[in-house]
Design a protein around this ligand. Sequence first.
Ligand code: ATP
Ligand code: MN
Ligand code: MN
Length: 306
Amino acid sequence: PSGRPASIISTGATVAGVHLSHPERVLWPEQGITKQGLAEFYAEIADWVLPHVVHRPLSLVRCPSGSEKTCFFQKHAWAGLSDTIRQIPVPGDDQPMLAIDDLAGLIALVQAGVLEIHPWGATESVPDKADRLIFDLDPGDEVEWSAVIHGALEVRERLTAMKLESFVKTTGGKGLHVVVPLVADTGWDDVKAFTKTIAESMAADSPDRYVSTMAKKIRTGRVFVDYLRNGQGATAVAAYSTRSRPGAPVATPLSWDELGPEVRGNHFNVENLDRRLQNLSGDPWAGFFEVRQSLRSEKPEKTRKR
Ligand code: ATP
Ligand code: MN
Ligand code: MN
C-alpha cells in the first residue's frame, strides 16, 4: 500500500532463482502485463509448459521492449546468455542452437525478452528424427472459424484412418495446430512427404475448402493446410507459449470436444489461462506423452497384440 521505494524496484526481482532486470517493464501495454508478470505466469503454469519446451532446439521470438515494439526470431546465442540456457550442436546448422532444461531456463528466456518459444519437432538427443508432426491450419481471408475447425477435424479423421492419434491446440493467433506425437524413428524427408501427402489429398478432394501451397492468391476463402512446419529446422509455436500479439494470447491445448465457436485461435491468454487450468477436470491432452506410434507401416508398439 505505501509502495516500495524506487531503489528496490530498480534492482530487479527474482523468479525461480533467476534475476530479472527491469521487472516492471511493460510487455503487453493493453493488459499491463510486465516482465515480472510474465515470469510469474510461467512459474504458475510450469508443470504444463515445461514438458513441451525442454530438451529441444528452440527458435525464439524476442521483443526486448515489449510486444508492440521490434521483435525478431533468434535461434543462436547472444551476448550475456544465461548459464541456464544451453548451446547445442544441431544438424543443418554450423552454429549451436539453444535449449533449456527447467523453469530456471524458461525464466532466463523471459529475462532475455523472449515472448514466443518455437521448438523443433524433435528432441536434442535425436534431432534428425521427428517426435511430433504439426498440421498448421491457416485460414485465408474471409474464412469462417467453423471452416478452420472443420479442417482440423478432417486432418484428425485422416490420421485416425491410419491409426494415428492426434491432438489440437489454439495457436494464440488465427488458426489451429493439429499435433501428432511420434516415436522418433523416421527422418525428416519421410516425415515431410507424409504430411505433404495428407495436405495435398485434402486440397485435391475439397479444392473449394483447402489449399496445400503457400501461394497467397488462392488462399482467399480457403484454409491453407500448412505442412511445412515439418522438416529439419522447421518450428512451430510451443503448447503454452505466449505470443507477441495483441491481447497476450497463449497457444493452448484443447480436447477435441472443446472446439467450437467460442474458442478461437486467440481465446486463451496470460490473463485467463490460469483459471482454465485450475477448473479443468483433466489434462485436455491426456496421454500425449504416453502415445507410442510411428509412421512406419509396421507400427510395432501400437498394433502388436499380446
Ligand atoms: P496462426 O494461427 O496465426 O497462423 P502460427 O503460429 O501458426 O499462428 P504461422 O504464420 O502459421 O503462425 O507460422 C507457423 C510457424 O512457422 C510459427 O509458429 C513459427 O514457428 C514458424 N515461423 C513463421 N515465421 C517464421 C520466421 N520468420 N522465422 C522462423 N520461423 C517462423
Ligand atoms: Mn498457422
Ligand atoms: Mn503457417
